[in-house]
Design a protein around this ligand. Structure first.
Ligand code: SF4
Length: 414
């Protein structure tokens, strides 16, 4: 999110996010079968049914944080007895559910018929969905996806696939609807095509000055989370990539006098996007890439997109279960980061130690050491919470960011 006026893709994004949430409420009120899912759950699978709609509490929590109501929602959960040390996404969601979505920009989420969590990002999410399972009396399906320390093993993929088949049977039994594989194929084709445009958009970060900021990419992730598998998803990312190409051709760059190219590690600081990007731009610095967004559409530890072969969509969904960073071991994380650092010609890395997301943060000190000692890349560690603004200090963050810029400058040839 740069401080420049909104682009067509920015306006279009606002429109389709609003439409998607309102459509969700409308279809739920008209009898659709509603599932709540963790972000890793393959949403294309639901397109195989006539009338199943999904919503993503993590994404809804991020939207709350971006709209400035993260702390308000967190406090509701804390008053119910949930610890302030719990992930802020969980606290926002539990807080929002507690009063029927009163402060939510989307009026909350429609009540689910089924909860589907996934173990491969974190086990906290399973416990969080268990709270809803108990409070709402709704069934909870847990997808158990193994952590990965190397490319996915065949036996792990088969284990995941068996669970997808079980999930399909469960939805069929609960909703009374039949699963149609052809529809799931079309949805997966849409996802794969949209990701081609998404990757084109991200690759404008390779230019000097960069054609994008990581803040733009954070904001533009939303369709990947809430409208995968749809024509709307493809159309949006096509618009985004084409508009960015035109802007670059016309010489429009988010930080035209860019002098420092930085890389971000961890979830986006949703409550600080505008302020942080503007303050950095004033220092002629741009965070041009992030592990959080580069991993989308890839498989473990790679930089380029993983291609769909047009065959079994469940195979593709199972193979891409390890795209996100959290389930990766140390060597995969380092491999992915150094690849991005080289391709984007990065001057320094910002490790955002996240008080909420322990699975993302736990390896960061080792990763920082590897990047600095083995690869000679200057790096700092800052303290953030991705959705709870009460745990963020601009002053101490920018003291460290300025120190990073000074270190980069001091290493440059006179
Ligand atoms: S702890 Fe991290 S991975 Fe787990 S739900 Fe929170 S943000 Fe997601």
């Amino acid at each position: 999110m740069s401080t420049a006026p909104k682009t067509s893709a920015g306006r279009h994004l606002t429109k389709i996010i609003g439409e998607t949430y309102m459509d969700l409420h409308t279809r739920a009120s008209q009898g659709a079968f509603v599932v709540w899912i963790a972000i890793n759950v393959p949403a294309e699978l639901f397109s195989g049914f006539d009338n199943v709609v999904y919503s993503v509490p993590e994404s809804h929590a991020a939207l709350n944080a971006g709209k400035g109501v993260g702390p308000v929602q967190c406090e509701k959960a804390e008053k119910l007895g949930y610890s302030i040390d719990l992930c802020s996404y969980a606290r926002i969601d539990i807080g929002s559910v507690s009063d029927g979505g009163k402060d939510s920009p989307t009026f909350g989420l429609p009540k689910p018929h089924l909860l589907i969590s996934n173990t491969n990002n974190c086990s906290l999410l399973v416990k969080w969905f268990e709270v809803h399972h108990r409070e709402m009396g709704v069934p909870h399906f847990i997808l158990d996806v193994p952590f990965c320390y190397e490319p996915q093993k065949e036996k792990d993929r088969q284990y995941i696939l068996a669970q997808f088949h079980d999930l399909i049977r469960t939805i069929e039994a609960l909703s009374g609807q039949k699963f149609d594989m052809e529809k799931a194929v079309r949805a997966t084709e849409h996802t794969a095509e949209g990701i081609i445009h998404w990757k084109k958009f991200l690759n404008f970060a390779e230019l000097r000055p960069s054609g994008i900021t990581a803040f733009d990419s954070f904001v533009q992730m939303a369709p990947f989370l809430i409208m995968r598998g749809t024509e709307k998803f493809v159309a949006h990312y096509k618009l985004l990539a084409e508009e960015t190409a035109r802007r670059v051709e016309d010489g429009i760059f988010p930080v035209p006098d860019e002098n420092y190219r930085l890389f971000w590690d961890n979830i986006a600081p949703w409550h600080q996007l505008r302020d942080m990007s503007a303050t950095l731009a004033a220092h002629r610095a741009n965070i041009v890439g992030a592990t959080y967004t580069f991993c989308i559409g890839t498989v473990e530890g790679s930089f380029d997109r993983y291609e769909y072969d047009g065959k079994d969509p469940l195979e593709y969904m199972a193979r891409t279960q390890n795209s996100y960073v959290c389930p990766h071991g140390m060597s995969l994380r380092s491999q992915a980061m150094i690849e991005a650092v080289k391709r984007l010609d990065i001057d320094g890395i910002v490790f955002a130690s996240n008080r909420s997301c322990k699975p993302y943060s736990v390896t960061q000190m080792d990763q920082q050491r590897i990047m600095s000692e083995k690869w000679g890349i200057p790096a700092i560690m800052i303290d953030v919470d991705h959705a709870d603004a009460r745990k963020y200090s601009k002053e101490s963050t920018f003291t460290r960011l300025e120190a990073l810029l000074e270190t980069i400058e001091s290493r440059r040839a006179p």
